[in-house]
Design a protein around this ligand. Structure first.
Ligand SMILES: C[S@@+](CC[C@H](N)C(=O)[O-])C[C@H]1O[C@@H](n2cnc3c(N)ncnc32)[C@H](O)[C@@H]1O
Length: 344
């Protein structure tokens, strides 16, 4: 943890400010220490990461998955699809990212933290799962503009109205209540700040839901073995355009994409079949959440079920909300549409 992170932190239980005790620090990174508030709530800093949860809870399935992700991490580091996916999902410009600190909810192993940091922005990545946040730390955690926190999005240890950009790509639908998860985010936006999310669309989930009922009961070893078998035995069928969707209606699996390695496809399938919670939502439903949250400049993005908006509290003379600093590109004008619902 970097000392600069303290500026954004607050006790998740009572909102009080936190005091920092350092036990081990090197190269401007606190490796071990603790954060505490005046009421006596204490949060350890372990292996460079402040921990605001005692266990990963239901996100333990992601921790199991990350063990395998770690095994194939070379393939992940070579994969550059995160850049395109980030912009297709948010529609934001680099300038907009640089306007204020960014917050990613459910950052996983940090592929979008990597994108945002490379653009030059300061970013806080939050994840509930121990292995995910530790993998993110080994990937991007030592970079000067990156901060990582292990916390639950429903009880964030962050001050409100601080962030220029808040986003969550493929994480909110993995909580017990996706709408409530979304609703917890806008309070963290500074005035004029932008927010974008992407969640599963129902049409890509039909047969996966049926499979998931079984596969979530399997051990992670068995599921991993199945994913390897599935891609080895049936990968060739999914290369045939006229057959792939018919076959996938019975046996779901990642369709080979240009430049995507075998192991990334295996892990994509693991990601899709392992989570305890995985809800799906129509675009109108998601647009409704944005409207109910009082957000302005609401837009659908190029990637299906990606929606962006912004927070503006300053009314103009005609009563409408002031234009937020704009950067979102509406669907159709941005990068090519992506119908794959698979996110690691
Ligand atoms: C499918 S992964 C997506 C990771 C990343 N956004 C990406 O696309 O590479 C979903 C992540 O959400 C995290 N997550 C689930 N529930 C969460 C919660 N309540 N608070 C914070 N993170 C959560 C999981 O631990 C997991 O790492």
């Amino acid at each position: 943890m970097k000392r600069a992170l303290l500026h954004y932190l607050t006790c998740p239980r009572d909102g009080e400010s936190l005091e920092l005790d350092v036990l081990d620090e090197s190269s401007a990174e606190i490796k071990t220490g603790r954060l505490s508030c005046a009421s006596g709530h204490v949060y350890p800093i372990e292996r460079y990461i402040p921990r605001f949860v005692e266990t990963a809870g239901y996100a333990q399935t992601f921790s199991a998955q990350r063990e395998y992700v770690r095994r194939h991490f070379r393939s992940y580091q070579k994969d550059r699809s995160g850049d395109e996916l980030f912009y297709a999902t948010t529609g934001w410009s680099r300038e907009a990212l640089l306007r204020g600190p960014c917050l990613e909810i459910g950052c996983g192993y940090g592929r979008f933290v990597d994108v945002v940091e490379r653009e030059g922005a300061e970013i806080i990545g939050v994840d509930l799962s121990t292995q995910s946040i530790e993998l993110a730390h080994s990937f991007v955690g030592m970079r000067p503009r990156v901060h990582l926190i292990q916390a639950d999005l429903f009880q964030l240890p962050l001050k409100r109205e601080m962030f220029g950009s808040v986003y969550s790509i493929g994480a909110l639908h993995h909580t017990p209540d996706c709408k409530a998860a979304f609703e917890s985010l806008p309070p963290y936006l500074a005035d004029g700040g932008q927010i974008a999310i992407w969640v599963y669309h129902p049409s890509n989930q039909n047969n996966v839901v049926a499979w998931r009922r079984r596969t979530t009961k399997w051990s992670s070893t068995r599921l991993y073995a199945w994913c390897i078998f599935n891609q080895t035995a049936f990968g060739w069928i999914r290369r045939l355009p006229w057959l792939r969707w018919r076959f996938n209606a019975f046996v779901p699996g990642a369709v080979p994409r240009r430049g995507q390695s075998f192991w990334l496809r295996v892990m994509e399938d693991f990601d899709n079949l392992s989570p305890k919670y995985a809800s799906s939502h129509s675009e109108d439903e998601v647009l409704g959440w944005f409207k109910q949250a009082g957000l302005a400049n609401i837009q659908r993005l190029a990637r299906r079920t990606s929606v962006a908006g912004c927070r503006s509290t300053e009314p103009t003379f005609d009563g409408a909300h002031r234009e937020c600093a704009r950067s979102a590109s509406p669907a159709g004008s941005g990068p090519p549409s992506d119908t794959a619902d698979l996110v690691l």
